[in-house]
Design a binder for this molecule. Structure first.
Ligand code: NAI
Length: 378
């Protein structure tokens, strides 16, 4: 049996996990591939209740030796309290790339006229940028010290001494490995282009450098397989770049011109949710966090506290994470079986509350029942 660790997660996590797991197991059984031995690890509220800490040492240790894992969302208090568990996991396991495929499931009405034109895969850098967790509150003596240092040592004026301060570290190595993974994926999957999404016009030495390092990787490591937008070569992967704000506009106006996106951490966070909304919402958006060693699958959405415990969540994101997991371990057929079952369940028009208003004559069913409906089409 192949071992896969899982973390149920907080909020709607346990509900979507309970609905998704049987669907994944059913696809495995139907395809006759090696079954999965699911092994639970504690994190979040369940871990606090059982061990007194949100991220027990044992969880981190097990994950550090693992190659496959899956998780529901974990809550993070805004503004105070514990640091984000998701960020701690991504950094602790060096899960440097967050990969989110975004495409439309036929039958779903969406806010745009042609959602079927969206077929993008986002590669978001996951360990650097303003997410590095180096941030000091206004009036914290350490923030004051930094302001003093900037003024006295670097001659930077105009920063108010009562500023809150955050730091945005971005490295050549961190940017290049992300872009390298995106280019490899695009080449392996017959994609047409990789777009570097950055804000280099304003943040020249961080985001501007990301853009340059991205082009450097393409030229130095994939020179005979790639081309630049200025000089297109038939049959080669095109590398281009867009400024982040323009990319949001482009995603709405010309989605068919974009394919694989490679982006620093914060831009990637924003564009993932925006693109997910464009094709039918967060409840439909799967993802995977990758290091060179492991693949850690997780839904794009959060704990949805407004509907948690009410059997109202849409488990599709986690079900589609299952499809990605099975494809990742080499069973394209089992992955397709799950995608096909989701499509048929949507065609059947009995769907969770977030989708019902988006489907003509859609009727609302609970999270558990929707999981059973998808399972019945496996
Ligand atoms: P959220 O994604 O939890 O919710 C945003 C909206 O989308 C809510 O109206 C919610 O009901 C709806 N929604 C999300 N997932 C849904 C689903 N599967 N089915 C139906 N509706 C769904 O974002 P929010 O409220 O900003 O964050 C809540 C908590 O989740 C925070 O503590 C945040 O830090 C955490 N979070 C965790 C993530 C992770 O574990 N990867 C990712 C994003 C947020």
């Amino acid at each position: 049996m192949r071992k896969v660790f899982y973390i149920e997660g907080d909020g709607i996590g346990p509900e979507i996990w309970a609905a998704a797991r049987p669907v994944i197991d059913a696809a495995i059984a139907k395809e006759g591939i090696e079954p999965i031995l699911w092994e639970e690890l504690l994190a979040g509220n369940k871990a606090v209740a059982e061990t007194g800490t949100p991220l027990p040492e044992e969880t981190l240790k097990s994950l550090q030796g693992a190659d496959l894992a899956m998780k529901g969302p974990l809550g993070t208090p805004v503004g105070s309290g514990i640091r984000s568990l998701n960020v701690a996991l991504r950094q602790g396991l060096d899960l440097y790339a967050c990969i989110r495929p975004v495409n439309h499931v036929p039958g779903l009405e969406t806010p745009v006229k042609h959602p079927e034109l969206v077929d993008m895969v986002i590669f978001r850098e996951n360990t650097e940028d303003v997410y590095a967790g180096i941030e000091f509150a206004a009036l914290d003596p350490r923030a004051r010290k930094l302001v003093d240092f900037l003024r006295d040592e670097l001659g930077i004026t105009g920063i108010s001494p009562d500023s809150a301060i955050g730091i945005k570290p971005m490295t050549e190595q961190g940017s290049k490995r992300l872009v390298r993974m995106a280019i490899k994926y695009a080449l392996d999957n017959g994609r047409k282009s990789v777009t570097l999404v950055h804000k280099g016009n304003i943040m020249k030495f961080t985001e501007g450098a990301f853009r340059q390092w991205g082009y450097d990787v393409a030229r130095d490591e994939f020179g005979d397989l790639t081309c630049m937008a200025k000089a297109p070569v038939a049959g080669r992967l095109m590398i281009k770049d867009r400024i982040a704000d323009a990319m949001f506009q482009e995603a709405l106006l010309h989605p068919a011109e974009y394919d694989v996106l490679a982006t620093p951490n914060l831009n990637g966070d924003y564009i993932s949710d925006a693109l997910a909304a464009q094709v039918g919402g967060l409840g439909m958006a799967p993802g995977v966090n990758m290091s060179d060693r492991m693949a850690f699958f997780e839904a794009t959405h959060g704990t949805a506290p407004d509907i948690a415990g009410k059997d109202k969540a849409n488990p599709t994101s986690l079900i589609l994470c299952g499809a990605m997991l099975l494809e990742h371990i080499g069973s394209k057929n089992a992955g397709s079986r799950i995608r096909h079952a989701v499509r048929r369940a949507i065609d059947a028009k009995r769907v969770p509350g977030d989708l019902a208003p988006q489907i003509k004559d859609g009727k609302m069913v609970g999270c558990r029942e929707f999981g059973e409906i998808v399972g019945s089409f496996i």
